[in-house]
Design a protein around this ligand. Structure first.
Ligand code: FES
Length: 109
């Protein structure tokens, strides 16, 4: 049976919700957030070019694959980015996300 990946999303107003995603669906965290009705602009469609899918990793940062140069360059343009910032479009849903906690930070629509 496919493993379910359980991630916690904290909205801009601090509300937390657990989302269960099947492993191997080949979606990015950004796509899952949009599918879950979160208000994420993702203007560039996942190309690491707009930074509106900015999330802060509150728990589980160490388990995630490292950011690429393109992601780091884009995060550098954000005044409110920190060491625990990532672009949700560059994070593929994977078991390494199990029990991670993400806070939505990107610009709203
Ligand atoms: S959707 Fe544009 S950087 Fe992630």
């Amino acid at each position: 049976m496919e493993e379910m990946i359980s991630i916690t999303i904290e909205d801009r107003n601090g509300t937390r919700q657990v989302i269960e995603v099947p492993d191997g669906i080949s979606l990015s965290l950004m796509e899952v957030l949009k599918a879950s009705e979160y208000n994420i602009l993702a203007t560039c469609g996942g190309m690491a070019l707009c930074a509106t899918c900015h999330v802060q990793v509150l728990e589980g940062l160490d388990g995630l694959p490292p950011a690429t140069d393109a992601e780091l360059d884009m995060l550098d343009t954000l005044p409110d980015a920190d060491n625990d910032s990532r672009l949700a479009c560059q994070l593929k849903i994977h078991t390494d996300m199990q029990h991670a906690v993400f806070r939505i930070r990107g610009a709203e629509e």
